[in-house]
Ligand binder design. Structure first.
Ligand SMILES: Nc1ncnc2c1ncn2[C@@H]1O[C@H](COP(=O)(O)OP(=O)(O)OP(=O)(O)O)[C@@H](O)[C@H]1O
Length: 303
């Protein structure tokens, strides 16, 4: 993995009128990594990506893509990146094959061969006009158009929406091949589980602010678990209350329920085992739930 910086933003800020869509975001994305950019609807993910590809101009702060300003050096930046926008702009009357030829002309270089290989892997029929294609197939075409020129950097705005799990899996493999060959990926998503499958690091955006940047290992430690224990005799809340990281602790006679991040499970289970257990269950929570808990933690830390 090269240690060059693919993307660097400093105090990157974007206002739309009175709305502060992006607030002083600092990102450093290293060449060769898949960086997941997570946040709920409206957090500012697309705005960040549009600033990075030169479709928007920052209100304040700066963005650099391989050292270039995407606004003032847009053509040079565009030669280095493949971009999948959040809202696709395709030509209804053209087929996928015609799109590939057209975009190859724009780049001044035909990429038909590479495009055909990618389309095969994604199981996309290239000869149907876009207007007759499903949402998922349009999304596949957008992926082909972004990847076919083997760009150094892929900037992908929620790229797998509408794709079935098998195709998603294949696309994840393609992203990994891209970084193994030295490429870089910035992948925005509001789904933690997707990002968990592919990203090396994750940035979490909330209301325009980058509240955390973590490695996947750190994120996994936050993975929330639901724990239920039934004891032979009633227990006291005070025996569990002070355990670090425990959330939503409820004691009802001889039954304990709570949630705990993976990092807190060892201490919790040791404490539980000090009492006589009749039944025990521990299940990983829905990842979105983890994400929400993570958000609250992040918001408190950021406050
Ligand atoms: N061109 C625009 N004019 C005015 N407001 C905008 C514009 N683009 C985005 N916004 C607003 O900026 C905020 C951030 O939007 P953005 O699309 O970046 O969020 P997002 O995280 O990508 O959300 P989603 O997952 O829904 O796409 C939102 O409140 C949105 O309504």
């Amino acid at each position: 993995m090269s240690s060059g910086i693919a993307i660097r933003t400093l105090d990157l800020t974007k206002r739309f009128g009175t709305l502060l869509a992006l607030d002083s975001v600092e990102l450093n994305i290293v060449e060769g990594e898949i960086f997941g950019y997570l946040g709920p609807n409206g957090a500012g993910k697309s705005t960040t990506l549009r600033l990075l590809v030169g479709l928007l101009r920052p209100t304040a702060g700066s963005a650099r893509v391989f050292g270039l300003d995407p606004w003032s050096s847009a053509p040079a930046v565009h030669r280095l990146i493949g971009y999948v926008p959040g809202e696709l702009a395709l030509y209804d009357r053209l087929t996928s094959r015609q799109h590939i030829t057209f975009f190859g002309h724009l780049r001044g270089r035909p990429d038909d061969k590479a495009a055909t290989v990618i389309a095969d892997r994604l199981d996309l029929d290239l000869d149907r006009p876009v207007r007759t294609m499903s949402k998922g197939n349009r999304q596949k075409l957008a992926l082909v158009l972004a990847l076919m020129s083997s760009p150094q950097l892929l900037i992908l705005d929620e790229p797998t929406g509408g794709l079935d799990p098998l195709v998603q899996h294949e696309f994840h493999a393609m992203m990994r091949e891209h970084t193994a060959a030295g490429g870089t990926v910035l992948l925005s998503s509001h789904i933690l589980s997707e990002v968990q499958q592919v990203a090396d690091r994750v940035g979490v955006l909330r209301e325009g602010r980058l509240i955390a940047v973590e490695s996947l290992h750190e994120l996994r430690q936050k993975s929330l678990h639901h724990v239920t224990a039934e004891f032979a005799a009633p227990i006291q809340e005070s025996d569990f209350r002070e355990l670090a990281g425990i959330r939503d602790l409820t004691i009802n006679g001889a039954t304990l329920t709570c949630s705990a991040p993976q990092s807190a499970l060892d201490a919790l289970i040791r404490r539980i085992s000090q009492f006589r257990i009749v039944d025990f269950a521990c299940a990983e929570a829905d990842l979105d739930e983890t994400f929400m808990a993570f958000y609250e933690i992040g918001a408190r830390n950021a406050a």
